[in-house]
Design a protein around this ligand. Sequence first.
Ligand code: SAM
Ligand code: SF4
Length: 437
Amino acid sequence: MKFYVRTYGCQMNVEDSNEMGRHLKAKGLVETQNPDEASVFLVNTCTVRQHAEDRAFSELGRLKRWKAKGPGRKIVVTGCAAERTKEYLEDRFPFLDLVVGAKSIEDFPRMAERLLDRRDTDEELDYAVRAVDDKVAAFVTIMRGCNYSCTYCIVPSVRGREIYHSVEQILSEARERVREGAREITLLGQTVNSYRSGTARFADLLKAVATVEGVERVRFMSPHPYYMTDRVIETVAAVPQICESIHLPVQSGSNTMLKQMMRNYTREQYVLIIEKLRKAMPGTTLSTDIIVGFPGETDRDFRETLALIEEIQFDWGFIFKYSAREGTPAANLECLPQELIEERHQECLALMDRFAQEKRSRMAGATHEVLVEADNMGRTRTNYKVYITGNVAPGEEVRVRITNAQRPTLEGVIEDGNITFENFREESRSACTNRGQ
Ligand code: SAM
Ligand code: SF4
């Protein structure tokens, strides 16, 4: 019996899908990339922006025909949109077999088991093959939910308040992922650096995960600026396994907007954190999330966001058009005209892309350590995706000289010799000095 998974939304959702996939595999199901072969179709939804929710719902509409084509086929809907609109989904799509909201993901194994036991046809459920997740770069969720109340955001209401996994649980999951072939672990949480468990804080967890045998790289997503303390920055700089790439969502460059969004930091504080990160970790890439068109955003506020992008010169960034989410505090505020939001979105994207291209083009000719993930694709420690020409296997770390940096996926060839953490940082330091940064 095979299952197919479609995931919408963020990395946390991707990892939730992986986790649910592992439970299904443990029940003897096999994952397929082809929906036609599947008996179970799992749609893991997102509700952060209206667009993501709409896409998932139109997929559900199409699945009625998929289900009708095979006896015993089952459709499972999970995630944040399932949490927000469970009753609506069950009414509008009565052919769904199981709807599990994001808050109930811990109950998924039990619910899925019941669903599978309800099978109409007795397919090969019993030929249990050991579940193996062969991802070289794996995710580990360290906490669920969010204690913030950013006024635009639906996440706290669909995922609930923060719940932390214990350090032991996280380490054991990391070991499990390594046994399955992982070399890189990305720790996930909505405000990942607010992690706490007993006396352990995020910095302690980072150090502990880095010592897991076989873990060569550690990343984390998404840190919140408020918890980017000196201790976290020092740890990130000192622990060799932690990669030189930080995604730190800023949302806006205007203090007025940051306050309206209830982000709990100012533009100046954000800039200071970036300065500290760059000083502690030369050569690190920095990326961010920005929302344009939040209610009340004036032209001046918007220009302040553009000015922040100019000032920081991010390596890349995600620019989102504000999307009003029912039930959030900002949903009661008057929206800006859609054309204005579109216009600002385009302008902001163009500026972000300009810096992204400039930064990327400097990669040409440089040599980087690339961890091969699959099909000759890998990533630098600075999180650029690279297509490697040459004979490489997933899980290998190879020195690659970048030959083409025109497109977001770089191209490179294998070079001899080893690059170590120390000389990577040395090379980055001199590269930064040469660029006058
Ligand atoms: N917890 C992370 C943080 O605070 O940085 C981000 C999680 S959220 C799923 C990912 C991004 O979606 C946010 O950083 C924000 O830029 C964007 N986002 C969230 N709510 C949004 C909304 N209502 N409209 C547009 N973008 C939104
Ligand atoms: Fe949403 Fe803010 Fe929590 Fe991030 S920190 S998930 S943006 S409420």
